[in-house]
Design a protein around this ligand. Structure first.
Ligand code: HDE
Length: 669
């Protein structure tokens, strides 16, 4: 400590700095001197503050937490994290969009990455998944093409964080294996309401290996305690403008408020014999295993309870890698997974700039780790002694491989010859796409169809639009017709050729979102629009009802300083109306005096507040004074528009979206 109670500001060499405001000049108005090592060091460091962003998944938010096992898988695996019930394993989870850069919006239509690093007692296990259980491609060879196609077009540098452009759909139209994933990506799963309300999937089959060396296949699923919830498209678009950091802020605020997001970890376990009987190849990452075929068993829970101290040091520098795996778990031969096993370490060497990035606190295992790797850029460790090799006899205490170490499953090799060959069992690209589409509710099917129309309407090349409709004909003729109609194509283009006929599979309700939504206000947000003269008791009653149902409540006002309520109290606002539109809430209420209602009926932001809430299928509570605003917004009463005095009715309506309203609002494809 120097100069009082605060620690002294120093250079990186520990030299105390006397003046952090002015550079060293030859005279007060003269040139700056090269001698100024304080200035040079500060600027040099600043110049190098950025590292390359991730080539995909650049935009992400992360939090610390723990995993607690509730059901032992001892019969199937030796991995302690999956056998010791009650054990809490620390973890760090990063959820990301895929296509956009690090500074892009949180709510584009996109897949979300769902990466969990478990710091287990036996080393780090990274489960690097997505919120959609299938992928666009079957072979890692296609990944650079897929990513080039979806990212901004190379000549013009746009669009950012959007798949609605020619290069993406051109690639997809020529890649029939992508069609199943496309239907997921066009569903509302790709526009989640909150990162706390998405599922996560390991996607590939992995293996569990038990004490006797037997292998069982496993797929991993994360299921959010809050249930699934998505935006509607117009809402996602408007949220992007209202708050580009919407998902990051939502996760941050929930954790800071002690509303810790939680997921169940569930597994699907199956044997080789079962796998051989599936009507698809489980090594093909464009396929799911329907829950009806292999049910899910819940084995534990993940709780995220701590926001990182430093975004760069943790969220940015964390390095996930599917190859980080612990004894008792093993890979499958999924060719996409096999490629990933190479890619992550490779990209991280260039992104983090040194082979020693595993020593960064966020990446380092929390169990002891040691080997004979040495030196390299940014080496932080100072290993002692002469022995940095094995075998050695000079130091009996030097580390060596152990019996309990990681062993690969001794999988018997297939027959067959070497070659760049796609197995025939990977040839069916449409059966599961059809199953997915036909498992959706009518509302969800309409959203998928209109998402396809929206995206393909941004595609300038007619051939691509037609080819996509040709693929959809192999999925479902009605879907193809709706999309063709939405694009105003003169007729139905010919169906695309298929390698094998598509098979009808029974519908699988767990593929819906609506079926997985929970009628709850837990974790949701309610906005109450108030103004001078608003009824204080009505506000209080609505707030109490929403909060006791688990929602957070924000008061919105024309001015952030707030309003003088009917009881004479000055109530500060949580948000200014223009900056806090209804898209950031799950339900809204308006408590306004007659005079305020008349005033706000002329205020575009207030009219949009109700019009958007109505258009986004949300519940609206309004008192007598607020009717003028509802009228200006053209809002007609329905089951979701209730009187502000009916707080029970409001809460009931707020727990769900008003799906029945949608058909009256917009012509969906
Ligand atoms: Fe990734 N992926 N990926 N990916 N991936 C990366 O690694 C890659 C794939 C996923 O929050 C990169 O460190 C290949 C599937 C997540 O930091 C890179 C292939 C799934 C994250 C990479 C895939 C994922 C990444 C870029 C096809 C779901 C973000 C930065 C074979 C199971 C992790 C990085 C984080 C990140 C390669 C396909 C999930 C380039 C080659 C399938 C969640 O290495």
């Amino acid at each position: 400590m120097a100069g009082g109670s605060h620690p002294s500001l120093t250079t990186n060499q520990g030299i105390p700095v006397s003046d952090n405001q002015n550079s060293l000049r030859s005279t007060p108005r003269g040139p700056t001197l090269l001698e100024d090592f304080v200035l040079r060091e500060k600027i040099t460091h600043f110049d190098h503050e950025r590292i390359p962003e991730r080539i995909v998944h650049a935009r992400g938010s992360a939090a610390h937490g723990y995993f607690e096992l509730t059901k032992s898988l001892k019969k199937y695996t030796t991995a302690k994290i999956l056998t010791e019930v009650g054990e809490k394993t620390p973890l760090f989870t990063r959820i990301s969009t895929v296509a956009g850069g690090a500074g892009s919006i949180d709510t584009p239509r996109d897949v979300r990455g769902f990466a969990v690093k478990f710091y287990t007692k036996e080393g780090n296990w990274d489960l690097v998944g997505n919120n959609i259980p299938v992928f666009f491609i079957q072979d890692a060879m296609k990944f650079p093409d897929l990513v080039h196609a979806v990212k901004m077009e190379p000549d013009r540098g746009f669009p950012q964080a959007a798949s609605a452009h020619d290069t993406f759909w051109d690639f997809i139209s020529l890649t029939p294996e992508a069609i199943h994933m496309i239907l997921w990506a066009m569903s509302d799963r790709a526009i989640p309401r909150s990162l706390r309300m998405i599922e996560g999937f390991g996607i590939h089959s992995f293996r569990l290996i038990n004490e006797s060396g037997d292998s069982t296949f496993v797929k991993f699923h994360w299921r959010p305690k809050l249930g699934l919830q998505s935006h509607v498209w117009d809402e996602a678009v408007k949220v992007a403008g209202a708050d580009p950091d919407y998902h990051r802020r939502d996760l941050f605020e929930a954790i800071q408020a002690g509303n810790f997001p939680e997921w169940e970890l569930a597994v699907q376990l199956f044997t080789q014999a079962q796998a051989d009987s599936f009507p698809f190849d489980h090594l093909d990452a464009t396929k799911i295993i329907p829950e009806e075929l292999v049910p899910l068993t819940v084995i534990g829970r993940m709780v995220l309870d701590r926001w990182p101290d430093n975004f760069f040091a943790e969220t940015e520098q964390v390095a996930y890698c599917p190859a980080n795996i612990v004894p008792g778990i093993d890979f499958s031969n999924d060719p996409l997974l096999q490629g990933r096993l190479f890619s992550y370490l490779d990209t991280q060497l260039s992104r983090l700039g040194s082979p020693n990035f595993h020593q960064l606190p966020i990446n380092a295992p929390k169990c002891p780790f040691a080997n004979h790797q040495r030196d390299g850029h940014m080496q932080m460790a100072q290993p002692k002694g002469r022995v940095n090799y094995e075998p050695s006899s000079l130091d009996p205490a030097s580390v060596r491989a152990s019996e309990r170490g990681f062993r690969s499953f001794a999988e018997p090799a297939d027959d067959g010859s070497k070659g760049r060959i796609r197995a025939e069992s990977f040839a069916d690209h449409y059966s599961q796409a059809r199953q997915f589409y036909r498992s959706q509710t009518g509302f969800e099917q309409a959203h998928i169809a209109s998402a396809l129309v929206f995206e393909l309407s941004k595609v300038e090349t007619l051939r691509v639009r037609e080819a996509m409709v040709g693929h959809l004909r192999n999925v479902d003729e009605d879907l193809a017709r709706r999309v063709a109609d939405g694009l105003a194509l003169p007729g139905l283009p010919p169906a695309q050729p298929k390698a094998v006929p598509a098979k009808d599979q029974p519908p699988s309700p767990p593929l819906q979102i609506i079926g997985k939504m929970k009628d709850t206000l837990k974790g949701r947000a309610v906005g109450i629009l108030i103004h001078d003269g608003s009824d204080a008791a009505a506000i209080k009653a609505l707030r109490r009802a929403a909060e006791s149902a688990g929602a957070s409540v924000k008061l919105v006002c024309l001015k952030v300083g707030g309003a003088r309520l009917s009881d004479g109290r000055q109530q500060p606002a949580d948000g200014q109306l223009a900056g806090t539109p209804s898209v950031v809430f799950d339900a809204v209420a308006l408590v306004l005096s007659d005079e305020a209602g008349k005033l706000l009926a002329k205020e575009a932001a207030a009219v949009d507040f109700v019009r958007d809430a109505f258009g986004h299928l949300k519940a609206i509570a309004a008192d007598a004074g607020a009717q003028a605003v509802l009228k200006a917004g053209g809002i007609r009463r329905d089951a979701g528009v209730v009187d502000a005095s009916d707080s029970a009715g409001f809460i009931k309506a707020a727990k769900t979206r008003q799906w029945a309203r949608e058909a009256k609002l917009r012509t969906l494809a």
